[in-house]
Design a protein. Structure first.
Length: 113
């Protein structure tokens, strides 16, 4: 969950608390329909918190494929960065000396110096 998501959840919960308190005040001193309206409105921010938690879970699942081990150490992060920077399979197996025929970074031999 990102920092902005946590801030949003805090704002949602504060709004819900304020609406619930207003519903209690309306129940004691105001018309019953207003208390019901504020109580109903107070559930909407709670739904927003649930949705924000669901979005955070979806973001986590999109970043990490299912059943993939979680990289924890600095060595894992280094390997992950190297694998992400790899161009194509031939580039990887030739230690960066050559590219696949269909690779966009391949320089034709006729134009090589
Ligand atoms: Zn390549």
């Amino acid at each position: 969950m990102t920092r902005s998501s946590r801030l949003l959840c805090a704002l949602y919960l504060a709004t819900s608390t304020g609406l619930a308190w207003t519903a209690v005040l309306e129940l004691r001193y105001g018309p019953l329909w207003a208390a019901a309206a504020f109580a109903g409105a107070g559930t909407v921010p709670v739904i927003a918190v649930v949705r924000e938690l669901d979005l955070a879970e979806q973001r986590r699942a999109a970043v990490r494929p299912p059943h993939a081990p979680v990289a924890t150490g600095a060595a894992d992060a280094l390997v992950r960065a190297e694998l992400d920077a790899a161009c194509c399979e031939r580039w990887w197996t030739s230690l960066g000396a050559d590219h696949d025929a269909g690779c966009a970074r391949r320089v034709p031999r006729s134009s090589a110096a």
